[in-house]
Write a protein of this length. Structure first.
Length: 147
């Protein structure tokens, strides 16, 4: 039906240690006010509560959980996240307007517009986020090597 779990892969051009990479990623997630962060050796899982004070225009507001994995051999960073909560909110919103208007067609149009536009905006913003994160990791690596 709709993609509710999205995944991005980026090849990192870095010689930094995994702990340095995950320190930078974890600091970025803390800066973005992510509630629950669990870190293991090659993976960072996070959950984002609904009422955490981020605001509706926040980068991570439509995301309910996610994961960042690093393949130590290939330096491939995999970023996956879920928008299931946004799907449910959009569904409830469209059902409400469909019932008020007494037209299931209007409810479907509202759902496609509300969820579809939020999904498109989220995909674009998260794509930019992972590219900026990759450039920060690369920048950290190049400044580290110059010292």
């Amino acid at each position: 039906m709709f993609p509710l779990n999205i995944k991005y892969n980026r090849k990192l051009n870095t010689n930094s240690e995994i702990s340095q990479i995950f320190d930078l990623i974890e600091n970025e997630l803390i800066r973005l006010k992510i509630d629950k962060i669990q870190r293991s050796e090659f993976k960072i899982n996070f959950k984002n509560s609904f009422f955490n004070g981020q605001g509706r225009w926040h980068l991570m507001a439509p995301i309910d959980k996610g994961c960042l994995k690093l393949d130590g051999k290939s330096n491939n960073l995999e970023y996956s996240f879920s928008v299931i909560r946004t799907f449910y909110i959009s569904l409830a919103f469209s059902l409400f307007f469909g019932l008020i208007s007494k037209s299931y067609k209007f409810g479907i149009i509202i759902f496609l517009w509300f969820f579809g536009m939020n999904l498109i905006i989220t995909l674009i913003r998260q794509y930019i986020f992972i590219n900026k994160l990759k450039s920060k990791l690369t920048e950290k690596n190049t400044t580290h090597n110059n010292v």
